[in-house]
Design a protein around this ligand. Sequence first.
Ligand code: TPP
Ligand code: DXP
Ligand code: MG
Length: 640
Amino acid sequence: MAPPATPLLDRVRTPADLRNYSGEQLKQLAEELRAETIDAVSQTGGHLGASLGVVELTVAVHAVFDTPRDRLIWDVGHQAYPHKILTGRRDRIRTLRQEGGLSGFTRRAESEYDPFGAAHSSTSISAGLGMAMARDLKGDDRQVIAIIGDGSMSAGMAYEAMNNAGAAKARLIVILNDNDMSIAPPVGAMSAYLSKVVSSRPFLSVREMMAKLARRFPRPLERTARRAEEFARGLLTGGTLFEELGFYYVGPIDGHDLDHLLPVLRNLRDAEDALPILLHVVTQKGKGYAPAEASADKYHGVQKFNVITGEQAKAPPGPPSYTKVFSNALIAEAEADERIVSINAAMPAGTGLDAFAKKFPKRCFDVGIAEQHAVTCAAGMATEGLKPFVAIYSTFLQRAYDQVVHDVALQSLPVRFAMDRAGLVGADGATHAGSFDIAYLGCLPNMVLMAAADEVELMHMVATAAQIDDRPSAFRYPRGEGLGLTLPARGTPLEIGRGRVLREGTAIAILSYGTRLAECQKAADELAAQGLSCTVADARFAKPLDTGLVERLAKNHEVLITIEEGSVGGFGGLVAHHLLWKGLLDGQTKFRPMVLPDSFIDHAAPKVQYDQAGLNARHIVATARAALGMAEAKAQPARA
Ligand SMILES: Cc1ncc(C[n+]2csc(CCOP(=O)(O)OP(=O)(O)O)c2C)c(N)n1
Ligand SMILES: CC(=O)[C@@H](O)[C@H](O)COP(=O)(O)O
Ligand SMILES: [Mg+2]
């Protein structure tokens, strides 16, 4: 299909170009921008629904404010595609989330129009407040605008920031983009409160808004305007919560109506008082694209799709994903043990717990975007004899680290962490990679740490975690499909701290932790073809470490390689620590820990990312050969 005609958009190189457009032209520009966003994402896949919901808001903010001098911060950044198109990145918008292309989120390195990078939610008000404070110290007069979604308003950080902003009386504009959606329907009392605010009164008319904003006019006030403002203020009980926090609340207003957005934003821009302002705009996720509006998730995240039908590209049928296997395994355990409960933080579908919730609605808790709370809440459940499984992406568990340390590990509470998206995740890139959990959990006393090598192992680890009652445990598994192995009806608990040997050899030992095991087997085949005999083992546990296995491998082989989908300081570090203290690295054994590099790996297909990381079979082969002082990878005489 031919790309949409976009005459007004074609003239926008930077936001300065649209600032001369009339109100009517801006409306047409918004339509063109929406069409361009749909067309681009149809070719790349990505976070479409959130972007469609903020098209008018994006146009209005760039029309009214002097970006990039004024700082515009998008929370999460998954809704910033229209912003990217307007801010000099249109020529690359069809490279979104592809190798070498634009990031799917905001990113400082990508553009001066992205003053703060994101992808994890609920950071925008804190970052904006920091910028506002810096501005005030420096004596600048730039504006700071943070745009945050209703779903992201459930995280503690947002409240910590508002608490501070209200007291600091810093001039900061927070735009609450309320589309009554998170990835799934939003949960919690705050969400209910916002719905009440929105449903309890119609949108403010332009006249009412002007009255409401009268106090902010730079000109001296007229008495009538002040009276009208006081009247409007009295009506706006919905603003109370924000007002109690020290914000000047304006809204709710229709976030798709430029006739409303533009004058309100101009007034907020020109307001003279030093205080934070909260503008509550109501939008529709997926707005303006019928298939998105009609779908349950509003096209939050889509594959490539047909623009006319909305039909998304289907992956060829393959084995079930690790997430699905985890979900089924947990359901099987929960059927046998009614103390098992599950917790997720606004990711019921992503973690596979939507299926668990269907089966056990009372035993599944979606706490909203609130990872810290999720962990400590699970700790509380554990004190009362429940068996909580916190299903969470590795990257999002980072936010709850002190809760893991202080509330769980220190009290040795049996909270189970099902860490999905372990390792490199593809198109979401570095912000979503699960790179650090082995390192940040491996150093904690009391922890049992496991990594699944395949989907059957994952089932065993779910069963193992269900049985560990005296301390916390965690198991990690990657994004994407399993290997297609035949699955048992239920996992079998593993012996704690015991690995397994899959292949016995003599020259090189490869000890894998996680799903690189398949690459290790390929590497071992290749090395065997070159006459180098390999042992391949699956550690299963990073903690407690199978010290017997590790010592045996170090003693009986010339080279010991460990490999993991994690950073330095993880499994390889634990192995090295043990071997060093045993004196087993004082002599002949050559130890090579293979980990993710000390850099953030950008979005690309996972296979490419692992190539860049140097963790595929050929890198294992090269590492083994280099350790043996063999440079070229060609057939060698047998070394058994
Ligand atoms: C700390 C954190 N937890 C979870 C996520 C996953 N996530 C990304 S967007 C999103 C929903 C955000 O909802 P909202 O802020 O309302 O934005 P919308 O998509 O509705 O525009 C979630 C849960 C995340 N990015 N960061
Ligand atoms: C923006 C965000 O954080 C999520 O939407 C994330 O992109 C989901 O990733 P998965 O596709 O791996 O569930
Ligand atoms: Mg939302």
